[in-house]
Design a protein around this ligand. Structure first.
Ligand SMILES: Nc1ncnc2c1ncn2[C@@H]1O[C@H](COP(=O)(O)OS(=O)(=O)O)[C@@H](OP(=O)(O)O)[C@H]1O
Length: 246
């Protein structure tokens, strides 16, 4: 997945499906140890110690992902979100980061995003790359907006994809533990334990608003038009109706 689409939301769902709704794992182990990042040295060390079935997280664009994935039986869940909301969420998160250059204003971050000058590169190239896996049986495309619209149906879809049949009680427990409030209250999932050397917790909170469509209140008309122009150019080759935000 690319940054800010709800990576940690889908990760929490996957972790809770793994434990059949038992929250003790997500409440006792930090999220980056449950499903480690493949692109960090620390994450890779953790992955080597994991037992099957294991789950990893990554923001890497497809062309930088280890090629062995494409010949393996590993399942890929790609979560996407309206890029207009991704910009807003990314801006607030970036303000807290001590490991990348911080934008001096929202306007500056907006420009960076449109030019792809943000960590992991262009949103448009990222999604265009991974969507090439569409239609493969080991690839599930899911969106932040769909999770919002019908969490139950989409958690069931994910558990089916992962080959785990949950009982109604187990499913209820997954749903209860992946709400915005439950994750915001869980210090193992809300990023409050990210060390201060990486993140300035006084600048913003990771579990910020957790809503879809807030860009309408945040982007100026000029920014909306500038965004639409780039979006139309870059997404021209993709079939209509693919994205819930269109
Ligand atoms: N359970 C739940 N429900 C609704 N929304 C949720 C949930 N968990 C995380 N979030 C929101 O996801 C946004 C962060 O995205 P990511 O997890 O992809 O961030 S990161 O790329 O891994 O840094 C960030 O969105 P914004 O609030 O719009 O900034 C989080 O609030």
């Amino acid at each position: 997945v690319l940054p800010y689409p709800g990576t940690n939301w889908i990760k929490e769902i996957i972790n809770l499906i793994h434990t059949r709704g038992d929250p003790s794992w997500v409440q006792s182990v930090v999220s980056w140890e449950r499903s480690p990042w493949i692109e960090t040295p620390e994450g890779l060390e953790l992955i080597k110690k994991q037992k099957d079935p294991r789950s990893y997280t990554s923001h890497l664009p497809m062309q930088l992902f280890p090629k062995s994935l494409f010949t393996s039986k590993a399942k890929v869940i790609y979560i996407m979100r309206n890029p207009r909301d991704v910009i807003i969420s990314g801006y607030h998160f970036h303000k807290t980061l001590k490991i990348t250059k911080n934008p001096s204003s929202f306007e500056e971050y907006f420009e960076w995003f449109l030019r792809g000058h943000v960590p992991y590169g262009s949103w448009f190239d990222h999604i265009g790359g991974w969507l090439q896996m569409r239609g493969k049986e080991n690839f599930l495309l899911i969106s932040y907006e769909e999770l919002h619209q019908d969490l139950r149906a989409n958690v069931e879809k994910v558990s089916q994809f992962l080959g785990t049949k949950l009982s109604p009680e187990e499913l209820d427990s997954v749903l209860k533990n992946v709400t915005f409030q439950a994750m915001k209250d869980n210090k193992m999932s809300n990023f409050s334990l990210v060390p201060e050397i990486h993140m300035d917790h006084s600048k913003a909170c990771f579990m910020r608003k957790g809503i879809a469509g807030d860009w309408k209140n945040q982007l100026t008309v000029a920014q909306q038009e500038a965004f639409d122009k780039v979006y139309q150019e870059k997404m021209a080759g993709l079939p209509p109706g693919l994205f819930p935000w269109e």
